[in-house]
Design a protein around this ligand. Structure first.
Ligand code: SF4
Ligand code: SF4
Length: 481
């Protein structure tokens, strides 16, 4: 009977009912992936070196004297590419994050989980650092299995201790880098150069991060991608049949069958020789020949393994390759789909909006509010006064001298309470109180609109408006008194 290869997998989905890393009793199956090698793996090493260098150097890279990235949640201060964002910029920061997520969604819709395999710190550290140390100390998958089953000898104790020691040191290094991104390099250096008693919170933070990273990379491992990562969980809705993912060409590979040296009977088989090397190298323990799965982090190890097999048996490479479901089924790869165009339009719109907001963003945030509980006062010399609180946030890294003037009405006068000069401290907040005076004779209504200009070095940087409150019985009442 003729097998319809285009639909063969649509009805064989039972493998999705179980996870490769958990047995039927719910017990963890430890994965021993075979050491990967090949064309894509070499590229991944190069990309890892670049990305991890940037990651570790990041806290020390300065733009205009400021860190490349600082995510100080404790002081609610965020620096992205040297641009500081304060809580007042929350909307802008939220928009930047939304834009980033839309970009990731768009990228995923078109190119699948390239992020997971090539740029995600979890995969980079797990597969390219911790796993490499494991291969170096304990050998390839089979040797690791053997070592774990072997009785405890001095050699085994030595290997295990060295491995765990290196895992701990690297976790310590990652923890310090994480802290530097959270509280800055200066504060992190202060914590590590002084007694823990002087920085109890910082010290506990460092130890907690170290244990967390050690736990993730030494024990939890691929479970972070297959069971916890929300981005991984989203693949079901993000990926479509046009998304380019690591895929097995079932049209070419099926029906799979062992390579027979002296075939006596001619049996038509596909190119897959069922060697299962693609399964043995998979760090999440799946069989990509079953089709796209949530557990696949697009690490390309199976591509390299299969290409190697194809070369050996004299078949063209690419039985497993980057391809979309439809491109394998129909032989045509469509990159621009309605979905892609929709996400692209949203992304372009967001980028334009954020660029405009960033370019026009004021370096000083000023809030003008009437002092609570106060309405107006009348002075002996015929003025009505209102009291205002002015709050300034200097978002720059330089002190800024400020001058406040009334723009309108002409006869309103602004007087600062206390010290007259106004210099906003760098990255700081300043609160001051002002009297606004208007002659009774010029007040025509109970609420007069007042416009106030904020100047720095003679340049108008912001205008504010406020309501000046006067008694309901208008000025003529006082003029008569
Ligand atoms: S590595 Fe290639 S040939 Fe071997 S089982 Fe996997 S798909 Fe088939
Ligand atoms: S199926 Fe292939 S690409 Fe996906 S995680 Fe396994 S080895 Fe990596």
């Amino acid at each position: 009977m003729e097998v319809d290869k285009t639909t063969i997998y649509q009805y064989e989905e039972e493998f999705r009912d179980t996870i490769a890393t958990v047995d039927d009793k719910g017990k963890r199956i430890w994965i021993y992936p075979k050491k990967p090698s090949g064309y894509y793996h070499r590229w991944r090493i190069a990309v890892t070196v670049v990305l991890l260098s940037i990651l570790f150097a990041g806290p020390f890279i300065k733009i205009g004297g400021q860190p490349l990235l600082l995510l100080n949640f404790f002081e609610r201060k965020f620096i992205v590419f040297g641009q500081v964002f304060w809580p007042q910029d929350f909307v802008l920061l939220a928009l930047v994050l939304i834009t980033f997520f839309v970009f990731i969604i768009l990228f995923t819709v078109v190119f699948g989980r390239v992020w997971c395999g090539w740029a995600c710190p979890q995969t980079l550290f797990m597969e390219m650092v911790f796993r490499k140390i494991e291969y170096w100390i304990e050998g390839d998958a089979n040797q690791q299995r053997k070592l774990n089953k072997a009785p405890w000898t001095w050699s085994k104790v030595g290997k295990k201790t060295l491995k765990q020691f290196l895992f701990f040191i690297i976790s310590l290094l990652i923890a310090h880098t994480t802290m530097a991104y959270l509280i800055g390099t200066e504060n992190t250096l202060e914590i590590i150069s002084q007694s823990p008693a002087e920085h109890v919170a910082g010290f506990i933070g460092l130890i907690s991060f170290t244990l967390l990273f050690y736990g993730v990379f030494a024990v939890f491992r691929e479970q972070a991608c297959t069971s916890v990562c929300p981005y991984g969980r989203l693949q079901g809705v993000l990926l479509g049949r046009e998304s380019i993912v690591v895929a097995y060409d079932w049209l070419r590979g099926e029906p799979r069958g062992k390579l027979r040296k002296n075939p006596t009977v001619e049996i038509a088989t596909g190119d897959c020789v069922d060697c299962k090397l693609c399964v043995h190298v998979c760090p999440t323990g799946i069989d990509i020949r079953n089709g796209t799965q949530l557990e696949c982090v697009n690490c390309t190890a199976c591509i390299d393994a299969c290409d190697d097999v194809m070369l050996k048996i004299g078949k063209p490479k690419g039985l497993i390759r980057f391809a979309s479901y439809n491109s394998i089924k129909d032989g045509i790869q469509k990159l621009i789909t309605t979905r892609v165009m929709g996400y692209s339009s949203v992304l372009i719109g967001l980028i334009i909006f954020i660029s405009f907001a960033l370019l026009t963003r004021s370096e000083i945030e000023v809030t003008l509010l009437k002092v609570p509980g106060m309405t107006f006062q009348r002075t002996e010399d015929g003025y009505i006064t209102n009291l205002y609180n002015l709050e300034f946030v200097n978002k720059t890294f330089e002190p800024i001298p400020i001058e406040i003037k009334v723009e309108s009405p002409d006869d309103a006068v602004l007087e600062k309470v206390g010290e007259q000069s106004l210099v906003l401290p760098q990255e700081g907040l300043l609160k001051s109180v002002y009297f606004l005076k208007m002659p009774v004779s010029s007040i025509k209504e109970p609420k007069t609109k007042v416009v106030i200009g904020v100047y720095s070095n003679g340049k108008l940087i912001e205008t504010l408006s406020a309501k000046f409150i006067a008694p309901v019985n208008n000025a003529s009442q006082w003029n008569r008194e």
